[in-house]
Design a protein around this ligand. Structure first.
Ligand SMILES: [Zn+2]
Ligand SMILES: [Zn+2]
Length: 294
């Protein structure tokens, strides 16, 4: 099973951005300039309950998106990002449709879009709710604005996503800047999408088939899992550590540390039901490869 294909093009983008069209501090135009200057291939603008236009800024593709938040999910928040081709409108009414997140996810899919569960750690999403979430392309493993100094220290959602995976619900991982303040969030995490072409349809199709990984900086050049041999293999930019996460309490060689390493492998043990990989570079930045069934 090829998880990152060394022979396919990869496009770098941010799937979660706010502007002054909701509670972001920069205008739509300023936001596009900031992300174009970062060299991103694509940007999805996801204002709260407001769909932005699809356009380009220089070489950068600007995709339509939206973020919905839902009331009455017991003891937690629940936010869903919709990535929408050509500004397609799921047709939700903020006053009427602010309770049923699975209806929103269904509508995003029905108009040809891709849905993402946003910042599950910030939201304190429970296992029951995460198992009930409908057809999403993944969840944000890293959300910049959910961390210091913008929010509580809940930028990284691996603990919850691992509990979900251990209970049979494997979310694929995306990074989202969730830019509001335009300080250190832009470009702090991005999703690397292996699309046939950098068009809205190409990016959405690649997200739906799971052809992506996400990162704060380190690059993954190739990754695969062989279910027969039960071996997870990764080739990456120079790293100080590669860590393989599973649900077994203990496994040999789970954590491989060697300065400047560019390859690592993990042999799953009997008790592993899923396996995923993190690449950590010398500055502590991480890349995440989504969990697969072991
Ligand atoms: Zn949110
Ligand atoms: Zn947001």
């Amino acid at each position: 099973m090829i998880l990152v294909d060394p022979n396919k093009p990869v496009y770098r983008g941010n799937t979660h951005t706010h502007t002054q069209n909701s509670d972001g501090r920069k205008s739509f135009d300023e936001a596009l300039d900031i992300y174009a200057a970062l060299g991103h291939d694509f940007l999805v603008v996801t204002d709260h309950w407001k769909i932005g236009p699809e356009t380009r800024r220089g070489k950068m593709l600007v995709m339509s998106g939206i973020e919905y938040d839902f009331l009455d999910v017991p003891n937690q928040a629940l936010h869903v990002v919709g990535i929408l081709p050509g500004g397609a409108d799921p047709g939700l009414d903020r006053e009427k449709d602010n309770r049923d997140y699975n209806y929103a996810i269904r509508r995003i899919n029905e108009v040809g879009g891709a849905a993402v569960l946003a910042h599950p750690h910030w939201s304190l999403n429970t296992l029951d709710v995460m198992k009930n979430v409908g057809d999403v392309v993944g969840a944000e493993v890293y959300n910049a604005v959910s961390g210091l100094p913008f929010g509580p220290d809940r930028a990284v959602s691996t603990a919850q996503l691992d509990v979900a995976a251990a209970n049979g619900r494997l979310f694929r991982f995306l990074c989202g800047d969730d830019t509001h303040y335009y300080l250190s969030e832009p470009g702090s995490g991005f999703t690397m999408v292996q699309a046939d072409e950098c068009t809205p349809e190409g990016i959405i199709a690649a997200l739906k088939r799971g052809s992506f990984y996400c990162t704060q900086g380190p690059l993954v050049h190739a990754a695969s899992y062989d279910p027969e041999a039960r071996v997870f293999s990764v080739d990456c930019s120079p790293a100080d550590m590669v860590v393989f996460y599973t649900d077994a309490p203990w496994a040999p060689a789970r954590c491989v540390a060697e300065k400047g390493m560019t390859h690592a492998e993990y042999h799953a043990v009997d008790r592993d039901h899923f396996v995923r990989c993190e690449v950590i570079d010398a500055s502590g930045k991480r890349a995440w490869i989504s969990p697969v069934k072991a």
